[in-house]
Design a protein around this ligand. Structure first.
Ligand code: KG4
Ligand code: ZN
Length: 343
């Protein structure tokens, strides 16, 4: 029963977890920095790195203690090495390399986005590839065809803003706290989603997204109302904006599921917590006879258990790395690269 220690420090959560067999969470400790960044209205990269340095070893200690295992019992250490904030990633990578070296354990570099997808294997014990996955987070919006545990094909992604980024920027202008996604989600339940007609980006017959036009349209709507001293129904704005995002995400995901001829669809990433997206995608999948899978709210947002789950399947095929592993902030999903190329 291989035991993996997972480490995640790509953005503003410092997390360590112990996962058995890639499916069973023995511990998943998450130290969130949200309250530190909230007063700045977003993540301050330099502060994030410093907080990770303070928290990373205590979080590993707690993960081992909660799981009731010793570091010597671990089979391999999996760590997020990209994509993400470079300074934040470096803290996790340095910690994982030091631990692997000191304890003579295998080291596994994990792609954060692949990790988000693998949260579903923790939430659904019998789920297996192939499937189409929609990965929607604060930094990414991607449609992926996952053929097997270690084969991914990126079908398309956003050309500009990520879905979560659009949620956060609009929430900020509406003076909602950071991160704004959950607040827009809640506010939208009190609004009318047909009240305002916001644009749905037409990116063509492909699997790409674009949210910057929608974001500008919402910001223009809010600004012009302010200039005219008109009162705005924020709940209607939240609901109409959210509907515009969800419509496009659902539409392209169903199209991808049809094209790849899979009967399973997987939702992953922080925005997978959105209640409207879950409801609409559930209904759309039912209509075309596809099964939809998504993780619990805790497993949707950044955590190390999903990183350990991804690492387990790399461990199975001997996809380890050595101590040259480096942080790669722009790493792509499915990309097999562990070090920055020498110039
Ligand atoms: O995956 P994640 O925790 O971090 C990244 O890898 O980016 O995603 C964070 C993003 C934030 O933009 C946050 O606002 C968004 O997920 N989010 C939501 C909801 N919960 C979190 N967006 C919409 N509705 C939600 N309920
Ligand atoms: Zn994430």
């Amino acid at each position: 029963m291989p035991l993996i220690l997972g480490l995640e420090t790509s953005c503003d959560e410092t997390s360590a977890a112990i996962v058995a067999d890639g499916r069973t969470i023995l511990s998943n400790i998450i130290s969130s920095q949200i309250d530190v960044h909230q007063k700045f209205g977003g993540v301050v990269p330099e502060i994030a790195s410093r907080k990770h340095i303070e928290n990373v070893i205590p979080v590993v200690d707690e993960a081992l203690k909660t799981a009731g295992v010793n570091i010597t019992d671990i089979d391999a250490i999996g760590v997020t090495y990209g994509p993400g904030l470079v300074g934040a990633l470096l803290v996790g990578v340095a910690a994982a390399k030091s631990l692997a070296f000191a304890t003579d354990k295998k080291l596994i570099g994990v792609n954060h986005l692949e990790g988000h997808i693998f949260a579903n294997f923790l939430a659904h014990q019998h789920l297996e590839p192939p499937f189409v996955a929609l990965v929607v987070s604060g930094g990414h919006t991607s449609l992926v065809y996952q053929k097997s545990y270690n084969e991914f094909e990126l079908l398309g992604q956003t050309r500009d803003d990520a879905a979560g980024e659009a949620f956060d920027k609009i929430a900020r202008v509406m003076q909602l706290p950071y991160p704004g996604g959950p607040f827009i989600d809640r506010l939208a339940t009190e609004g009318n989603e047909d009240a305002i007609s916001f644009p749905r980006a037409k990116t063509g017959d492909n699997y790409e997204f674009s949210f910057s036009g929608l974001k500008s349209a919402v910001l223009n709507y809010l600004n012009s109302a302010k200039q005219k001293s008109e009162t705005v129904n924020n709940a209607d704005v939240a609901a109409s904006f959210q509907k515009a995002v969800v419509d496009v995400l659902v539409d392209k995901t169903i199209k991808a599921a049809r094209k790849c001829a899979v009967n399973k669809v997987v939702l992953a990433g922080g925005v997978a917590a959105n209640s409207k997206l879950r409801a609409e995608l559930t209904a759309a999948c039912a209509k075309v006879d596809r099964e939809l899978y998504y993780p619990s709210l805790t497993l949707c947002s950044d955590n190390a258990a999903m990183i350990a789950a991804r690492a387990f399947y790399k461990h199975q095929v001997g996809d380890w790395t050595d101590l040259r592993l480096n942080a790669l902030p722009s790493l792509k999903l499915g990309e097999k690269k562990y070090f920055a190329e020498k110039r």
